[in-house]
Design a protein around this ligand. Structure first.
Ligand SMILES: *Cc1c(COP(=O)(O)O)cnc(C)c1O
Length: 441
């Protein structure tokens, strides 16, 4: 008799995770410190991780998974990379924070500029949220204009101005959207549609001389992966230049991933400001924003736009980040990542061939999403039409097969350079098995 997913799940013991989650729910809202960690939308309680190694995670019940979430992006070289771990250990011996200048700050700024030549000046922060929030404040201060344009479905962290039509957890748990965010906090955020330059032109026509910046994920990763159509990013560059507005690339996911120099190198577009996060911290809490010198010089204490942080440029975080960037600078790293990404995508394309009418696969390098969606996914609206119920069953099936994918349809799959060919082949086999069961019913 055909085994249902839920029967299969029972063979994996999750009792310790379940007990921890029950306890967590008494003390932590929803049991989690970030909504995307909840398995609520896939009908389960979350697994608790004991440790990670390379492309694998081991939970507290001793189950081992091939991990294609990679902490939502940072672990492009896998978990517990020995050079990153030892860099943090060595730095920790000298102290964890000084709230004063350290040599690594200079090295970090120079290293970032080496990867991202458009970032002539850089400021370090502690998260992607801080990077985008600060970049937008700077854009407003520099242009002396109040309005910003963001795209439906793009996620730029959780600061108020961005919590409108946002992707990631905001989309997954959409019932919570806007609660606690005042109308005035989002009244200066205008919404355009991805891959639709007309929607951008219209906003500029309606608000002449009022728009400070256009901010976007150059490849969307937070409504699942959605690629820019040819000419879209070029069009945004042209329009913003003409209108005297800044173009801000939120490369928190795409930075150091789509290529050494992120989406801007891949698509050959020079944004005015860039936001980084995730990979740049090597798994510690780090973000950065930077861009043209002339704009960055408006930041305090040089200029009037205030931005600060007690732990910004923290020694532990910078040592992990620098170790990561030194590893990424090695000539073999990106070819290895490319090879893994190509192998993975090729296998997925072949195995979904029989289900072409039921699923859509979007891929950009090591980022990809399998949408349970009959139609092409090219913006937030088309992504929202995906079958999240089917995705939930797919997720549970994959987990039972030992593959840890994102617990939401509206996220990306992250292939790392640490995944072995056998990890990726096992992921293919699991996908094939789960999809065939799912669509045979
Ligand atoms: C994750 C993410 C952020 C927010 O970063 P945090 O470190 O979670 O605050 C911002 N922008 C994009 C594109 C992201 O994926």
């Amino acid at each position: 008799m055909k085994e249902s997913f839920d029967t299969a799940m029972k063979r994996q013991d999750h009792s310790r995770s379940e007990a921890l989650f029950a306890e967590a729910c008494k003390y932590i809202p929803g049991g989690v410190n970030s909504p995307v960690r909840a398995f609520k939308s896939v009908g389960m309680s979350p697994i608790y991780i004991d440790h990670g190694i390379g492309g694998h995670l081991i939970d507290v019940d001793g189950n081992e998974y091939i991990d294609v979430v990679s902490s939502w992006g940072p672990h492009i070289l896998g978990h517990a990379h020995p050079e990153i771990i030892s860099a943090v250990q060595e730095t920790a011996k000298k102290g964890t924070s000084f709230g004063a200048c350290i040599p690594m700050e200079v090295e970090m700024a120079k290293t970032i500029q080496d990867f991202f030549p458009t970032m002539e000046m850089v400021r370090m922060v502690n998260s992607g949220t801080e990077a985008t929030m600060s970049a937008v404040r700077l854009a407003r201060g520099y242009t002396e204009r109040p309005l910003i344009i963001k795209f439906d479905g793009c996620y730029h962290g959780h600061s108020d101005a961005f919590l409108v039509q946002a992707g990631s957890g905001v989309q997954t748990f959409s019932s919570v959207q806007n609660n606690g965010v005042t109308q005035s906090a989002v009244s200066e955020t205008l919404i355009a549609h991805f891959n639709d330059l007309t929607s951008v032109e219209q906003l500029f026509e309606e608000h002449p001389g009022q728009i400070a910046c256009v901010i976007l994920e150059p490849v969307m990763g937070n409504m699942g992966v959605i690629l820019p159509e040819e000419g879209f990013l070029e069009g945004l560059r042209r329009i913003t230049e003409r209108e005297g507005a800044l173009l801000i690339f939120d490369e928190v996911i795409t930075g150091f991933r789509l290529s050494r120099g992120g989406a801007q190198e891949h698509y050959k577009i020079r944004p005015d400001l860039t936001c980084l996060g995730k990979i740049i911290g090597g798994g510690l809490p780090v973000g950065a924003f930077g861009g043209k010198r002339e704009i960055m010089e408006h930041l305090s204490p040089q200029g009037a736009v205030y931005q600060a942080g007690t732990l910004s440029g923290n020694p532990l975080a910078l040592s992990a980040g620098l170790a990561m960037l030194h590893l990424l600078a090695k000539p073999e790293t990106y070819p290895q990542l490319q090879q893994n990404s190509d192998y993975f995508a090729k296998g997925v394309k072949a195995l979904i061939e029989p289900y072409k009418e039921q699923v859509t696969y979007n891929v950009s390098g090591s980022l990809s999403t399998l949408f349970f969606n009959k139609a092409e996914v090219k913006d937030a609206q088309s992504s929202r039409r995906s079958d999240t119920e089917l995705y939930a069953r797919y997720f549970r099936g994959m987990l039972a097969e030992g593959i840890y994918i994102a617990p939401s349809q509206f996220e990306a799959t992250f292939v790392s350079a640490a995944h072995t060919k056998s990890d990726l082949a096992r992921t293919h086999e699991a996908m094939q098995k789960v999809l065939s069961t799912l669509f045979a019913e």
